[in-house]
Design a protein around this ligand. Structure first.
Ligand SMILES: [Zn+2]
Length: 196
């Protein structure tokens, strides 16, 4: 046992004494490798809880889409690729639809079906009573299915909306089962109802 302590003292004794004397500088601790910090996910923005009492904003839904108008609510799918559906006609449709949908929204209409929208010239020529240069051929008119003219009558309860949205409606005497609405150009009149 004593022998063991002697040996131990021989080995570490000088070191301890040197440290006490301040001879041996303490080795700086080896630089610890910086632990790689796991990348913290960016704090997600706080989602504010919507108070249940707050009214939920309704996204206004377009009743009539571009495709509805071009295909007459899916009846004539080949018209999507019709040669007469030119960029100009497409632009006309895109200018017409916001007005039409705004009118329908203002009237509180919940659903519609397109009887006739974009009409290629050969179809227009075969359509009884259609004007030769009908706004239908230019993507500026639509016939909405309207048996009994309920929609026609509804429009006439607020004719100021036609002025507001720069639209025209055809006199219901000429449109027994549909309601024709267009964004054509006509001489100004008090109520934007036209007779063909
Ligand atoms: Zn029409």
């Amino acid at each position: 046992m004593i022998a063991f302590l002697k040996i131990l003292l021989q080995k570490i004794g000088p070191t301890i004494i040197d440290i006490i004397k301040g001879k041996v500088k303490e080795k700086p601790a080896p630089a610890q490798p910086t632990p790689v910090q796991p990348t913290k996910p960016a704090p997600s923005p706080k989602v504010e809880a919507i108070p249940t009492s707050a009214p939920i904003a309704e996204t206004p839904k377009d009743l009539v889409t571009f495709d509805d108008l071009v295909t007459a609510s899916g009846k004539y799918l080949s018209r999507r690729n019709h040669v007469e559906l030119t960029d100009e006609v497409k632009a006309n449709i895109n200018a017409f639809l916001p007005k039409l949908n705004a009118l329908l929204r203002d009237l509180g209409v919940k659903s519609v079906s397109v009887t006739s929208g974009f009409r290629p010239s050969e179809v227009n020529a075969a359509t009884a009573g259609a004007a030769k240069k009908s706004y239908h051929t230019r993507g500026m008119a639509i016939d909405l299915f309207d048996p009994g003219n309920a929609l026609n009558d509804l429009v006439l309860t607020k004719p100021e909306l036609l002025e507001k949205h720069q639209l025209w409606v055809e006199d219901k005497g000429s449109t027994p089962n549909w309601c024709h609405i267009d964004c054509g150009t006509r001489s100004d009149r008090k109520v934007r109802v036209f007779k063909p």
